[in-house]
Each structure stands twice: as C-alpha cells, then as structure tokens.
Design a protein around this ligand. Structure first.
Ligand SMILES: [Cu+2]
Length: 344
C-alpha cells in the first residue's frame, strides 16, 4: 500500500503535477472590524496609536525638507505628492490599499498590533452627524466648529502641517459634516458598485459613488482632495472603500485577483474626473496650486513598472521611503502574503 502511494506520488511528480500542499501565503492574519464592533479598549488603543503617529517627529529628510513635521505629516505628504496619479485612475484602489498598509506600519511603530478598523457607512448614510464614529471619547470627534471647523475629541489640538492642496500651512484637524450628500453612501450605491462586471467599471463606480460622496459629506481637512488624509477619519472611510473593492473581488476571485487596468496618471486635459476643467484650471478653481519643483523632484514616475499609460499588475507603488515599494500585484489579494487581513 505504502509503495503504491509512493509510486503514485512519483508518477505525479514525474508528470509535473505537484503533490505538495500550496504553502500558506498568509501567516499572521489581522482582522479589520467595523468600528462599532470593536471593544472599547481596542478603540482606545487605536486612537492612542493615531495620536502617537500624529505627534511623533518626522524621520525622512526629503519629506522634512518639504515641510513634514510629524510622522503623520509624512503620510499625508505621500498622498499629496502622488495625488495626480492616484485619483481618477486605475491605480486609485490599489494605491489606497497600499496607503492603508503604510498607515498600519506607522501605527505599528507606535505599538499598535490590531487590525485597521473600518466604517460601514451605509449604516449611517443620511445621518452621519449621529454616527457613533463621531463620538468625542470612543470615536473621531464630531462635526467641526468655529472658524477653522476644528474637531473636538481625541484629535482636537493636534496640528497637521501638510495641505491644503499643494500648500503647506499648519491647521487643526477639521471637517464639516453634510447629510445632504451622505445618503449616496447607502447600500443601493454600494450594490451598484459591487454589481459591476469588470474592474474598468467597478473602480469608476466605487470612485464616483460612495467614495466621492463620503468625501463630500465629510469635507475632511477643508474638503481637500489632495490632503484629506490629515483627518484620521479618512482611514475609516477608505477602509470602507477598500472593503468595497475586496467584496467586489471576492465575488469572482479567479478572474478578479488579476483584473487591473485604467490610466496610471491623470490626463492634463481632464484632471480629476469629478471636477470640471483641465488640470491647470482645477489647480486654480480648487485653490490647490501646483506641486513645487522640489515636490516634482520626488514624485515617482507614474508609469513605473507599466512602461506605458495603462495600469498593470507590475505597476510600482512608492511610499517615498516610509516602507519599501510594492507592486499592484502585491496588493491584489488581501490574503496574498504581502497583505494579510480579513474584513469582518
Ligand atoms: Cu486619496
């Protein structure tokens, strides 16, 4: 009997069929819980680590030279420097998945070992203002008040020095809740995105649907598209965005773990697809200004790995040195080894 098993194994080996079990790609799984499913103690741990990142001094000389004062500023600056290649593009979803991974790394520097929380926005669509996520103790603080629309809660009295747009001026964490637009994050719009047949339409439906309207309804950091990650609430919103992509992928993993396309940079004629006007007109109308020559000097080539204007699995994503570069292929599977997390 043993010999027979051995013979069969040998035959399979000779025929090129491996009998070895595939090695588990994912070793230490973290779990991303919806904020209100977390224990109060875990919410506190997350908030404390966020505060720590926001007050830890910047480390990277090239980002300090451009105005980053804290580790948090470095993270916001990453989003600022690459803003014109990670929005309105096919790289939007993979880059923001990578961006959350960079945030996880920075939280880890501050001792945080848990998974990243996320916000199930359909539960609060139309009523963001009363969301438990805006709690001043077990949440991210509420609607901004006063002239700067500064938030209360754990992120009050903290300063972010990156933004708005391509300017760098110290500001409080600020936001302005608008429940006229928050209904567009409801389950109907989520389902519309999840029902898209392929990546080309799915990224657009996520981007122009719940993602965009969540941003409009929260108006984080002056409602600024370039530097909204200055508000920690950004990462709860983008956990929701990332989960939408994963839920879409999970409906057909064999096809969707490799479905990738779309431009890898904004076209100068179009700029952000959600705003009218060319890139140059948007820079003026939105008050962003333009990247300085020093900023352009550290901006990655948006075609890196692609060799052309279309996003591929070989596309190289850079965090400007906060963590090593990764490819789009690395982040396609949230349990592929490079990433190792699950949404519950
Ligand atoms: Cu973004």
């Amino acid at each position: 009997m043993v010999n027979l098993v051995k013979l069969v194994a040998l035959g399979l080996a000779l025929s090129g069929i491996s009998t070895a079990k595939p090695k588990p790609a994912c070793k230490k799984m973290t779990t991303r819980q919806e904020w209100r499913d977390m224990k109060k103690a875990d919410q506190k741990k997350y908030i404390k680590a966020q505060q720590c990142v926001m007050t830890s001094p910047a480390k990277l000389p090239k980002l300090k030279a451009l105005g980053a004062k804290t580790r948090w500023d470095e993270l916001v600056m990453l989003h600022q420097v690459e803003a014109l290649q990670i929005h309105s593009t096919g790289t939007f979803l993979p880059f923001h998945r990578y961006f959350l991974h960079v945030q996880q790394f920075l939280l880890g520097e501050c001792g945080y070992k848990g998974g990243l929380p996320w916000w199930n926005e359909p539960l609060d669509a139309g009523n963001f203002i009363n969301s438990p996520l805006l709690d001043p103790v077990y949440g991210f603080g509420g609607d901004g008040t006063g002239p700067g629309l500064c938030v209360d809660g754990p992120y009050a009295n903290l300063t972010v020095s990156i933004g708005p747009g391509f300017h760098n001026q110290p500001r409080c964490v600020n936001r302005h809740i608008n429940d006229f637009f928050s209904p567009f994050t409801n389950q109907t719009f989520v389902d519309d995105a999840l029902n898209q047949p392929d990546y080309a339409t799915a990224w657009l439906a996520i981007y122009m649907g719940p993602h965009l309207f969540g941003h409009i309804a929260l108006a984080m950091m002056d409602g600024n598209s370039i530097t909204s990650p200055g508000d920690p609430l950004f990462f709860m919103h983008h956990g929701f965005v990332d989960k939408m992509w994963w839920d879409w992928q999970a409906r057909n993993l064999p096809a969707r773990l490799s479905d990738m396309n779309g431009p890898n940079a904004q076209s100068p004629e179009i700029g952000f697809i959600e705003f009218n006007g060319t890139m140059a007109e948007e820079a003026v109308e939105q008050g962003w200004g333009s990247p300085s020559p020093a900023m352009l000097a550290i901006t990655p080539n948006p075609q890196a790995g692609d060799g052309g204007p279309e996003t591929t699995l070989n596309h190289v994503m850079s965090s400007l040195g906060i963590i090593p570069d990764a490819t789009v292929r690395d982040v396609m599977d949230i349990q592929g080894g490079y990433l190792c997390y699950q949404y519950v």
